[in-house]
Design a protein around this ligand. Structure first.
Ligand SMILES: Nc1ncnc2c1ncn2[C@@H]1O[C@H](COP(=O)(O)OP(=O)(O)OP(=O)(O)O)[C@@H](O)[C@H]1O
Ligand SMILES: [Mg+2]
Length: 263
């Protein structure tokens, strides 16, 4: 199986060398846990190996992301000029938008091999003004059994707006596969919540889920990540510590990556 390396020191061996090519991986965490930095590293490390990357941002404008990246010596501006990186900025006040078509056009423009969606959080608020050019009824058939069970129990998808939102997010994530990129989709987790994401469906729609935490483990406060799920490959389990260092970026602590058991 072809692997797509994040290039983040210490990370790739947790997933047997990289993400399976073409997979959609959800990166879920509470605010400030390092999701965007992980995603910027993924795009930068691909671009310097001639794998063009598209970064779709609904939150921070591209200029801010480039400044953040420059603190780690990742010159995304230079790669952008070479057509190896592209930012697509969708401000929160954008209205009536065929969001999928916009992403598809931008990905085609640079022949993107890597894709980042930062983040799904805005979909939670804005789904009503976005659209996807496909027959959602056809896609519904694909809904996984587990999601369907929730629906059948009436937990969401009641035909009202709530249900429409979850369905939209689910279909959107599945539809990203058609772009034939390896995708990282950032989701916001709620502090103290059992659910991996706020929307409750994106974790089922994705091939993989990585959670990021700032927490106390074994009495030590720090940053940790965990590979919760990754289809088509084996992977390490448990919380693995990482650091974000000025001038260097994100570094996953390999020596401790045999995983700390929690719970
Ligand atoms: N130059 C730096 N040196 C060390 N740590 C940094 C540096 N820049 C940012 N950080 C750390 O990274 C965190 C922000 O990372 P990032 O923006 O990737 O988080 P996020 O999960 O995307 O947050 P949000 O949910 O708000 O978008 C900061 O809270 C800080 O802990
Ligand atoms: Mg962020």
């Amino acid at each position: 199986m072809e692997r797509v390396k994040t290039g983040i020191p210490g990370f790739d061996h947790l997933v047997k060398g990289g993400f399976p090519k073409g997979s959609t991986v959800l990166l879920s965490g509470t605010p400030g846990t390092g999701k965007s930095i992980f995603a910027l590293a993924f795009i930068f490390n691909g671009a310097i190996k001639n794998e063009p990357g598209l970064y779709v941002t609904f939150e921070q404008p591209p200029e801010e992301l480039k400044i953040q990246a420059s603190l780690f010596k990742w010159d995304l501006g230079a790669l952008e000029k070479k057509g190896l990186v592209k930012f697509l900025y969708v401000p929160a006040d954008a209205t009536d938008m065929n969001i999928y078509a916009k992403i598809e056009d931008a990905a085609k423009e640079i022949s993107a091999k890597r894709l980042v969606i930062d983040s799904l959080g805005v979909f939670y608020i804005n789904t009503e003004i976005y659209s996807i050019p496909l027959d959602i009824k056809v896609q519904e058939v694909e809904l996984e059994r587990r999601v369907k069970q929730h629906m059948d129990r009436g937990e969401f998808i009641s035909g009202g707006k709530e249900g429409h939102r979850e369905r939209f997010i689910y279909v959107f994530i599945r539809k990203l596969k058609d772009l034939r990129t390896t995708a990282l989709v950032i989701a916001d987790a709620e502090e103290g919540s059992e659910s991996l994401t706020k929307d409750g469906v994106s974790e089922f729609a994705s091939d993989g889920v990585i959670t990021m935490h700032y927490t106390g483990v074994a009495g030590e406060e720090g940053s940790y990540l965990e590979v919760r799920k990754l289809r088509y490959t084996g992977h390490e389990r448990g919380f693995v510590p990482f650091e974000i260092q000025e001038g260097k970026g994100m570094i996953v602590n390999e020596s401790e990556s045999t995983s700390i058991l929690l719970k």
